[in-house]
Design a protein around this ligand. Structure first.
Ligand code: AMP
Length: 199
C-alpha cells in the first residue's frame, strides 16, 4: 500500500459488543481517530442541533437514523483534518446502502478499508452488558424494549454487511467475550494482518 493511501478499519458487532471501548484503545496504537456515528448523533442531541432533533425519535426507539442523513454526517466527519490518514469506524456502516456510500466516499478521498473486525458476543451476554450500561451511563436507548429493537435492527440490517465484506476478503473474527485487554490484543493482531481471525 502506498504511504498516502488512507486506511479505514470498520468495526462490526452487535450493540454491547464493546466496539466503542475497543475503538478508543485502537486510536492510540493505530494513530487514527475513532469515528462513532452514535457519539456524533449523541453530541448533536445534547446540543439540540437540527440534526440532533431529527435523530432523536429514531434513537429513542432504537431504530436507525435514515441513511441520507447519516451518510452526509460521516462524509463531513471524514473530511476533517484529523482523519487525513484514515479512521476507525465504529457503528458505521450499518446498512448495505451505507456501505455502498462509504465505498464511493473512500474512492473520492483516496482511501480503502483494510480490515473489518467482527466482534462476536453471545446474545445473553449482550443484554446483560446493555442493562448494566443503562444503570451506569443512563443512556435512554439502553431500556429493555429498545435493546430488543436494536438487536433486531442489527440482525436484519447490519449483519448482512458481514457477507458483503466477506466477499471482499476483509472480515476477521474476534472473540468479544474476553477481557477488554485480550480483545484489544486480538484486534491488533488481525488489523496488522498477523492472523486472519482470532476466536
Ligand atoms: P450506537 O451508539 O452506535 O449504538 O448508536 C446509537 C443510535 O444512534 C442507534 O441506535 C441509531 O439510532 C443511531 N445510529 C448510530 N449509528 C448509525 C448508523 N450508522 N446509521 C443509522 N443510525 C445510527
Amino acid at each position: 500500500m502506498g504511504a498516502n493511501v488512507k486506511r479505514y478499519i470498520v468495526l462490526i458487532g452487535p450493540p454491547g459488543a464493546g466496539k466503542g471501548t475497543q475503538a478508543k484503545m485502537l486510536e492510540q496504537s493505530l494513530g487514527l481517530p475513532q469515528v462513532s456515528t452514535g457519539d456524533l448523533f449523541r453530541y448533536n442531541l445534547k446540543h439540540s442541533t437540527e440534526l440532533g432533533q431529527l435523530a432523536r425519535s429514531y434513537m429513542d426507539k432504537g431504530e436507525l437514523v435514515p441513511d441520507g442523513v447519516t451518510i452526509a454526517m460521516v462524509r463531513e466527519r471524514l473530511s476533517q483534518p484529523d482523519a487525513a490518514h484514515g479512521a476507525i469506524l465504529d457503528g458505521f456502516p450499518r446498512t448495505i446502502a451505507q456501505a455502498d456510500a462509504l465505498a464511493d466516499l473512500l474512492a473520492e478521498l483516496g482511501g480503502r478499508i483494510t480490515c473489518v473486525p467482527h466482534i462476536i458476543v453471545e446474545r445473553e451476554e449482550l443484554v446483560r452488558r446493555l442493562l448494566n450500561r443503562a444503570q451506569i451511563e443512563g443512556r435512554v436507548d439502553d431500556s429493555e424494549d429498545t435493546i430488543r429493537t436494536r438487536m433486531r435492527v442489527y440482525e436484519e440490517q447490519t449483519k448482512p454487511l458481514l457477507d458483503y465484506y466477506d466477499q471482499r476478503g476483509l472480515v476477521a473474527e474476534v472473540n468479544g467475550q474476553q477481557s477488554v485487554e485480550a480483545v484489544q490484543h486480538d484486534l491488533q493482531t488481525v488489523i496488522t494482518g498477523q492472523r486472519a481471525s482470532v476466536r
